[in-house]
Ligand binder design. Sequence first.
Ligand SMILES: C[S@@+](CC[C@H](N)C(=O)[O-])C[C@H]1O[C@@H](n2cnc3c(N)ncnc32)[C@H](O)[C@@H]1O
Length: 253
Amino acid sequence: MQARARYDRIGHGYAATRREEPRFMERIAAALGDAGSVVNVGAGAGAYEPRDRYVIAIEPSGVMAAQRPRDRAPAVRAMAHELPLHDQSVDAAMSVLSLHHWDEHREQGIRELRRVSRGPVILLTYDPDVSAAMWLMADYLPEVAELDRRIFPSMQTLVDWLGDRTRVEPLPVPRDTCDWMLGSFWAHPERVLDASARNATSGFARMDPDVVDRVITTVRRDLESGIWDMRHGELRSLETYDSGLRLLVSHPS
Ligand SMILES: C[S@@+](CC[C@H](N)C(=O)[O-])C[C@H]1O[C@@H](n2cnc3c(N)ncnc32)[C@H](O)[C@@H]1O
């Protein structure tokens, strides 16, 4: 399915459970440094978009753009791999949890971010080797781990594309985060049973209904029998967990 159409199908209700996590926003703001103008690619409903800088929001899906609050810049309907911007026309380029939807255009999209930014390129993404180890993927949903390995570039690949002035920072996911991304399910198996939480994660939204039904049935069974808590219950007492979320900050060579 084309990326543009994908979020027109799966993006309904996204902003209800995918709210901005202030601790991630702080890290992104620090990475943006003193950039006065920023392009946000795959901007969606506007989470993680700075409010104190000049922002150009790029978002191909009308369903996602319609969820942007009125005080945010309107979204330009374009795609990452052909940004409608001149070379080095903004101080910084950012993209949050979007690049795994760019399909065969991922490398070209990253090169576009590099092309238009005079300064840093900032990416929030997942390391698919780490996310595969979380109980949900390891015990119940290997199909998502397998999909993630295909669609999330490895950290080394991203460094190759971005250049050697790139640093990769782990971003542990707080237990009480208000951004219910799939990586936030680590201490909340009950979210698997909640359709609005599930459907706002592309991992679940991209699965066949049969797979989703199987996972709901087995997680519900293991919660009711106490098996989930016996195996993974100690996670409920941790404050944060590394579910593979990574911040990449890249400066021009
Ligand atoms: C998981 S959402 C993230 C939205 C927002 N950045 C956030 O963190 O809430 C992924 C976004 O990437 C957008 N997207 C998908 N394919 C894209 C492409 N080829 N170019 C730009 N954006 C794309 C989707 O429409 C969607 O809004």
